[in-house]
Design a binder for this molecule. Sequence first.
Ligand code: 2M8
Length: 433
Amino acid sequence: MKKLQEQAIEVLNNNWTGSFSIPCANLYPFQWFWDSGLIAIGFAHFDMPKAEKEIETLLDAQWENGFIPHIIFHTENDSYFPGASFHRSDLHPLASKKYKSTGMTQPPVTGFVLEEMYKISNQKEASLKYIASVIDKVYFNHEYFYKNRDPQNEGLVYIYHNWESGTDNSPIWDDIWETMNPPEYTFERRDTTHVDAAQRPSKREYDHYLHIIEIAKEHNYSDEKIAELSPFLVQDPLFNAMLIKSNESLITLYKLIGGNIDKIEQLKKWQEKSKESFNNKLFDDELGAYIHYDLRNEKPLRYLSSSSFSPLFANIPTKEKADKMIKVMIEKFGGEHQYLCASFDPTSALFNPKKYWRGPVWINLNWMLFNGLNNYGYTDIAERVKQDTISLIKNNGFYEYFDSRKEMHTNGKAGYGGNNFSWSAALLIDLLE
Ligand code: 2M8
């Protein structure tokens, strides 16, 4: 059997199209924002030009207002629904004229990805030159968020669609679906032709997803109108933690490049305000971790998920808060029968260890938690997250998500969703370094 690293490299090379990577054949045949970023970290270990090209292609699809879309439809491919003709991002006056895309975004990972690439590089000067050629686009993207996605000027940006969160069908969104009553749309799902329907969102959930897009389209994806009318308007701890982590990386990288004093100052201002609001508004003392906030209905969404711990990665909690979080992580998510870290609270009645973002373990979140836990010196539990991640992939393959229950891992069939999935391969390469 080939070594795990070699297999991971093969997965990445097979999903490489020449200028970007697809997350997974058939199921996800285009370029996705946060997938691309995380994939670049894997490539950086063995093929830096591909890593650089991946990010360059992503940033090439940036809109004139700094926005970066969540899917870039580089090719015509009807194996995915909803495609470009449904999303119609061209309705927005500042959308890219070059690429078809969605009119929504995803967690802004690009800033910290550039820093990871720099750290991995053994040609620091060349890497810095590359970073200098793209970094302003990332800064412009962050400026877009603070200018357009923070209506109450809190330093916390909103997402207007569950697909922007990356954690698409988390039980956290169920509360929001209850406030909506979308029509029963007629459409042909493509995902369930590639993957067992039991592992994917339901038809009714898709009605909600499509309905939010219809509202945004009616208003040509205007940010002001979305803030005013979208039934889904959420401050997400994972999304905001990614932005804060990326801000920090931009500060570090701009300092290395030299100059750019004004941008560094602005980034520091964003950081200060964002971190303060994040801790004041999103930390739930009783639950002992971070939660989502429903800005449309002005109420906290009091659930624990792997996103609740992601602020560790961005150095957001104080040591005192972090200690509380670790306790909760071990008690609720880290029982001896569970692999770390389930995407949703295993002690909740809503937990479903087979269904997409309602319980299974995801490698991208594990990678963030591993790094976040190490940041704070929780090296034992970090090591457990790492070993669990390696075991899950070794025993099942490079799947998209994995059953968190250990008893399910007896026959190598506890990997779910797509196989040969890019970020599972990319981040494993990074973890094994
Ligand atoms: C999943 O989301 C897409 C929509 O964006 C889908 O289900 O069709 C999510 O896991 C998301 O986080 C990920 O970026 C995407 C591609 O891997 O797939």
